[in-house]
Design a protein around this ligand. Structure first.
Ligand SMILES: Nc1ncnc2c1ncn2[C@@H]1O[C@H](COP(=O)(O)OP(=O)(O)OP(=O)(O)O)[C@@H](O)[C@H]1O
Ligand SMILES: [Mg+2]
Length: 196
């Protein structure tokens, strides 16, 4: 299968509340596609990490440099013609606009789950700085993607590998063969919308 030289270079932003599986699913997705992976946690300042350790919710002022750093990562990938998957809770529309605004070729992936299921997963998770008691504030802050954001929404009740299958299928990427790098074909660009 030929791939057009000028095929769009996708960047995928994986969003959802803490514990929805952004790191787990995003890393597996990047691995499946052989794309770059970046985790939003790595873009936080030490001050933000300390706040979160202490169970103090971040303010929008705290978040701004973090969101801009994520946007810069996306811009860097796109400028060098690379593809990547980046996680970010991106709970509010205005955060997503900072991250994604002005960029084309980005798809939003929304990991959707109930508070009960995600609370159970957070309670079982070790070695992570997000205390489970911040989950309630995450759900309060959450603005689910609007239809015009064209997010790919998946139900996190399924195992990570099934979610990755579903996301890859929704991207209309060709199946991987022999580890080749999949690219959307010309005409299947950022404007592509999921049928149905
Ligand atoms: N689809 C899934 N099925 C079962 N367990 C899952 C699934 N996705 C993630 N998990 C588990 O749930 C926990 C939370 O996942 P993960 O750390 O990837 O969430 P996150 O969205 O990155 O959270 P944070 O925003 O705090 O970084 C982990 O222990 C992970 O192994
Ligand atoms: Mg994470």
């Amino acid at each position: 299968m030929s791939v057009a030289e000028d095929a769009p270079k996708w960047v995928l932003v994986v969003m959802g509340v803490s514990g929805s599986g952004k790191t787990t699913v995003g890393a597996m997705l990047a691995g499946r596609l052989h794309w770059h992976f970046a985790d939003a946690d790595d873009f936080h300042s030490p001050e933000n990490v300390a706040k979160m350790h202490s169970g103090i919710p971040l303010t929008d002022a705290d978040r701004l440099p973090w969101l801009k750093a994520i946007a810069a990562q996306i811009g860097q990938w796109q400028a060098s013609g690379e593809q990547g998957v980046v996680t970010c809770s991106a709970l509010k529309r205005r955060y997503r606009e900072i991250i994604m605004g002005g960029h084309s070729g980005i798809r939003l992936i929304y990991l959707k789950g109930t508070k009960e299921l995600i609370a159970r997963r957070l309670a079982a998770r070790h070695g992570h700085f997000m205390p489970a008691n911040l989950l309630a504030s995450q759900f309060e802050a959450l603005e689910e993607p609007a239809p015009e954001e064209h997010a790919i929404t998946v139900d996190v009740g399924k195992p990570p590998s099934a979610l990755v299958d579903e996301i890859v299928a929704a991207l209309t990427l060709p199946p991987l063969r022999g580890g080749s790098l999949p690219l959307p074909q010309a005409g299947e660009g950022a404007e592509h919308k999921r049928g149905g």
